[in-house]
Design a protein around this ligand. Structure first.
Ligand code: MG
Length: 248
């Protein structure tokens, strides 16, 4: 069953999602060559806690950190630590915040220094794919209409969509129904209704769609070791379209 949130609940989710966006803005300020992923994790955890939130990822199924930092061929769920960030890399940062009982979830991929044109284009395409999905979100459309819009942008530019991972409903829990795949034919799945809240998050690969999980049990990498990018917004469905909640 997909939760329908009241206006009041959506405002509470918006508050958490806003803190996600502010945390990602902070990440944008802090990130750079020479910074460790563990430093980003600590600074962002401090920011969230000092503003009355809690980092939702910490302890989620035993996850050991507050944020995810996924570098280059890492798709998602990279664990922050001693790794020193370098020029010519891309870093996906994914953050979940709980406040007043409600959760927001969002991610951006940052580019460090000069990267090849192909990598810039991968990152830009992933953001475009997310925005194309958000354009479709509206009361009355099928969920897979959103999935299909994302897939068409990614594949029309020669990239591939990760199929093993998906977006999700979000609200009282980090992961709620429905699953939101980033691929598929239009016209399938549940019909979106006003008050549904979704975390939409394309993960797009430069090479093939295959992924595998490293021995740490968390870090998902591309099977072919080529680059991968990730953007995510939490949105509320309305009759007007997608109300993007992860905005600072
Ligand atoms: Mg998510």
């Amino acid at each position: 069953m997909i939760n329908i949130r009241s206006g009041e609940e959506i405002e509470l989710i918006r508050e958490s999602a806003r803190m996600v966006a502010q945390s990602l803005d902070l990440a944008a300020e802090l990130i750079g060559p020479g910074v460790t992923t563990g430093e980003l994790d600590r600074e962002i955890e401090d920011f969230i806690r000092s503003h009355g939130g809690t980092p939702e990822f910490k302890g989620f199924h035993g996850y050991p950190a507050s944020i995810c930092t996924s570098v280059n061929e890492e798709v998602v769920h990279g664990i922050p630590g001693k790794r020193v960030l370098e020029e010519e890399s891309i870093v996906g940062i994914d953050i979940g915040v709980r406040k007043n009982g409600y959760v927001g979830d969002g991610a951006r991929t940052f580019v460090l220094g000069e990267v090849p044109e192909e990598v810039l284009s991968l990152v830009g395409t992933t953001l475009d794919a997310l925005l194309a999905g958000l354009e479709v979100v509206r009361e009355g459309v099928h969920l897979s209409d959103v999935s299909n819009a994302i897939q068409r942008v990614a594949e029309s530019r020669g990239y591939s969509v990760v199929r093993a991972l998906a977006g999700h409903g979000v609200g009282a829990e980090l992961h709620e129904p429905p699953e939101v795949p980033n691929y598929g034919p239009p016209g399938f799945g549940p019909i979106l209704k006003a008050g549904m809240v979704l975390a939409i998050e394309p993960m797009i690969n430069a090479g093939g769609p295959g992924v595998r999980t490293l021995e740490d049990g968390w870090t998902v990498v591309t099977a072919d070791s080529r680059m991968s990018a990730h953007f995510e917004h939490t949105v509320a469905v309305s009759s007007e379209g997608a109300d993007i909640l992860t905005i600072a």
